[in-house]
Design a protein around this ligand. Structure first.
Ligand code: GTP
Ligand code: MG
Length: 443
């Protein structure tokens, strides 16, 4: 008997259904399954980073293509594999702009003039200049701290960099930080200008007027541009909510065309409960789950489906899948649906599969033909003598899937025990790879 802990972390375009589902990862996640004849009991693990979270994915085609093919797999996998991730969990807390403003106004108004100034006009202009200076500082200090503590995107792990681009939209992160900094500079200049004017007042009345005008101007500027701070707050919330990935923990990544049964298999392999529906792109983001077998910890990610098309035409959901494969040390469980149910022709699945296989050829890999309850028994392949090799390969694929693929069915439970056993082996091999990579880097 061995323990297994599983919990799922969702990261996807919000849908009410998913949000509801994602918020109740609770005791009903507990369960058990059999692997290679051994019963594996599953329990809930309450680690903070395994909590279910959601975030929005940017729409539109303005998001850059993730680096492609050899560039992606060779460079990123080798050079960045063990770089730290987790920058999103260290982001500073951002105060809503309205809170910054009202707290700054309150504090500034409490500032009294320097003691010992007897002349009333002098005292008043001293008070005015000091209050305007205080207001300027109270408004700019938090903004400066955000500028210093939000990481520069270019120093992030490439996986986190991709997440920023794909979830927020390309350039949005930098644009918002730029607006926050511009606001800081504007407040600084308006504050200095008005404090200086106030300090030159010739009478008490003039000093009072200049103080009041200065306060009003600073307030106006902050109100006008303060949305930048609120946008930054939303960015921080979104990024902080992203699933925490541990680069040293073996990860199984389920990949395949939309609607082929990836999430259904994830539900079998872990106690995570991603949504399963009979339409493409049900899974609208990366779902990060955890399994522990024999006291070993593994991560599982369910990903959006990949269609047969060029990278330039891929939507952000597909790009997320590629980002995971490109930047995380994953083993791949590639799911093929030959039943005709999923909406992508087997011949098209074959083309995408070949491309992915070539692109991520360093990854440990397991092929699964899903929904085998819908397939005819004992498929027979008739090969004509004059058949062209490519054609034979496709025909063979359409009936059997790739060589060595395991045929499984979630519905009839065919092949599931073998699948679990093979997944375990795969993840253990992935663990050995990670360890050897780590020791070669350390040595
Ligand atoms: N007959 C049969 N149907 C299955 C099997 N596995 C999954 N399905 C059905 O296939 C449909 C798609 O399943 P999902 O698990 O949501 O597929 P997916 O690949 O995660 O889909 P996307 O998230 O949209 O990419 C659902 O209607 C499932 O009930 C199976 O073994 N047999
Ligand atoms: Mg799915």
């Amino acid at each position: 008997m061995c323990g297994a802990y599983t919990l799922f972390q969702l990261w996807h375009i919000p849908s009410t259904k998913l949000l509801q589902r994602s918020s109740k990862l609770s005791k009903d996640n507990a369960g058990s399954f059999f692997m290679a004849g051994i019963e594996i009991s599953t329990r809930l693990c309450l680690r903070r980073e395994m909590q279910t979270t959601t975030c929005e994915i940017a729409n539109g085609s303005n998001v850059p293509i993730i680096r492609t093919k050899q560039e992606a797999s060779s460079q990123d996998k080798t050079s960045t594999k063990l770089e730290p991730v987790g920058a999103f969990q260290k982001l500073p807390m951002v105060m809503p702009s309205v809170d910054i403003l009202y707290s700054a106004l309150r504090k500034a108004k409490r500032v009294s003039p320097t003691k010992g100034i007897v002349n009333i006009a002098k005292r008043e202009r001293n008070r005015g200049a000091k209050q305007l200076d205080a207001l300027m500082k109270e408004l700019t200090v938090p903004l400066r701290s955000y500028m210093e503590n939000f990481p520069n995107k270019k120093y992030l792990h490439p996986y986190e960099r991709s997440l920023i681009e794909l979830t927020l939209g390309d350039g949005h992160y930098e644009e918002v930080l730029g607006r926050v900094d511009a606001l800081r500079k504007k407040i600084q200049s308006v504050g200095k200008e008005n404090a200086s004017l106030c300090s030159k007042s010739l009478s008490k009345r003039e000093a009072e007027e200049r103080l009041s005008e200065g306060m009003k101007k600073l307030e106006e500027v902050f109100k006008l541009e303060g949305k930048a701070v609120d946008d930054l707050l939303n960015i921080a919330k979104t990024l902080r909510a992203m699933p925490v990935v541990d680069l040293e923990t073996p990860t199984l990544c389920l990949v395949g065309a939309p609607n082929v049964g990836k999430s259904s298999l994830v539900r079998i392999l872990s106690t995570g409960k991603p949504e399963v529906c009979n339409y493409p792109f049900t899974t609208r983001g990366i779902l990060m789950g955890h399994i522990a077998i024999n006291y070993q910890h593994f991560q599982v990610t369910d990903t959006p489906g990949l269609l047969k098309r060029n990278d330039e035409d891929r939507n952000n959901l597909e790009k997320l899948t590629l980002a995971v494969l490109t930047h995380l040390p994953t083993a791949i469980l590639y799911v093929h649906d030959l039943s005709g149910e999923c909406g992508t022709l087997p011949s098209d699945q074959f083309i995408t599969y070949k491309e992915m296989r070539e692109r991520f050829n360093d990854c440990l890999w397991l092929d699964i033909v899903s929904k085998c309850d819908l397939l005819q028994d004992s498929p027979v392949i008739f090969v004509k003598e004059d058949g062209n090799i490519d054609h034979i390969e496709v025909e063979r694929y359409k009936r059997l899937g790739p060589d060595g693929a395991l045929h499984v069915s979630v519905k009839s439970e065919t092949g599931l025990n073998e699948l679990k056993a093979r997944v375990h082996d795969l993840l253990v091999s992935q663990m050995a790879r990670i360890k050897s990579k780590k020791s070669s880097l350390e040595g």
